[in-house]
Design a protein around this ligand. Structure first.
Ligand SMILES: NC(=O)c1ccc[n+]([C@@H]2O[C@H](COP(=O)([O-])OP(=O)(O)OC[C@H]3O[C@@H](n4cnc5c(N)ncnc54)[C@H](O)[C@@H]3O)[C@@H](O)[C@H]2O)c1
Length: 302
């Protein structure tokens, strides 16, 4: 039995719900949102598409038994106006739900998609009184995918032969750790079949991919949903696959995007790759910016 709760069924949450059903990745799905009509509307729409699916609505007690709780609440309008525009509204949402969540006593994993991703994931862990290992955010998973896509296009190599991670802060201080990047097992300071890649150009191309999605669609929800499905699969299959997620990383005194192995219990091993000293310093800068956002959110709640 794979039981999933989605809190916030706007563009991201509703697309995710449909994809979970379409790919048979959920056995019991609960939809929660402050907008009752939207939840009822989504349930009716999904149920017509998947008549045998078990879909519950507005049942907060489901948080106790859920294997994974996905947080996708927010306000897309405010995000479009400012990349950190949801800081106040999402901090209040986390606080507002805290009593109900604590009473439900979640036993599973919380996967946060909402923004600002790392800081909000930290706030969820604190406000909902959950273990750090239990609370993760999508972090720089999509940013890492964009980096690999740029390398794939520039090198004309298969994406599965490309390794590497973006660390740091989603939508903010991204740290592309070139020390971790390999194409067919070799570092990119070596030519790949005679072609030398330009790391600066690759960084720009990776960012442009996100820029075009936001400019054309106003959001990059398809990429988020696709990668959320892969993260969920790693959890449900206990695979220990590695993703650059928003996790509590004691080396950086709190939440930051960092590669970790994922399994049924949530965060498994941290993937401690030997980074260049400059990269470690850049991750510290990102962690500091995340801590400042967290402090700003805590101020809003005081
Ligand atoms: N991690 C990523 O890469 C990524 C990409 C796209 C969007 N996002 C984030 O995902 C979140 C959702 O985005 P979206 O486009 O679906 O937004 P949206 O505005 O379409 O939907 C947000 C939903 O959350 C609900 N909601 C708001 N406050 C709530 C509360 N207190 N309790 C219950 N429900 C509440 C709203 O009613 C709405 O249905 C945002 O924070 C957005 O920034 C993240």
């Amino acid at each position: 039995m794979r039981e999933i709760v989605i809190i916030g069924v706007g563009q991201v949450g509703s697309a995710l719900a449909a994809q979970l059903l379409a790919t048979h990745q959920v056995d019991r799905l609960t939809l929660l949102d402050e907008n009752d009509e939207r939840v009822v509307g989504l349930q009716n729409d999904l149920q017509a598409g998947w008549p045998t699916a078990e879909i519950k609505t507005q049942d907060w007690s489901s948080l106790h038994t859920a294997d994974v709780i996905i947080t996708a609440f927010g306000n897309q309008q405010q995000l479009q106006e400012n990349r950190f525009g949801e800081l106040t509204v999402n901090a209040r949402a986390v606080h507002q739900m805290a009593k109900q969540v604590r009473e439900a006593d979640p036993q599973g994993i919380v996967l946060n998609l909402a923004n600002p991703n790392e800081a909000l994931t930290a706030l969820i862990q604190q406000e909902w009184l959950l273990a750090p290992k239990q609370v993760i955010g999508l972090g720089t998973v999509v940013d890492t995918a964009r980096l690999k896509l740029a390398i794939q296009n520039a090198s004309q190599q298969n994406v599965h032969s490309i390794e590497g991670y973006v660390y740091g802060q989603h939508d903010g201080n991204l740290v592309t750790a070139w020390s971790t990047v390999r194409v067919n097992g070799q570092t990119i300071d070596q030519p790949i079949y005679g072609k030398k890649l330009d790391d600066h150009e690759l960084t720009v191309q990776a960012k442009l991919n996100g820029f075009y999605a936001l400019r054309g669609l106003g959001s990059d929800w398809n990429a988020v949903v696709a990668w959320t499905l892969r993260v969920l699969q790693a959890i449900f299959t206990n695979s220990n696959a590695t993703f650059s997620l928003a996790v509590n990383q004691p080396q950086f005194d709190g939440y930051v995007s960092y590669p970790v192995q994922l399994n049924r219990q949530g965060v498994g091993n941290y993937v401690l790759l030997p980074l260049y000293p400059l990269e470690t310093e850049q991750i510290k800068v990102a962690a500091n910016a995340i801590q400042q956002q967290l402090a700003a959110m805590q101020n809003v709640l005081n």
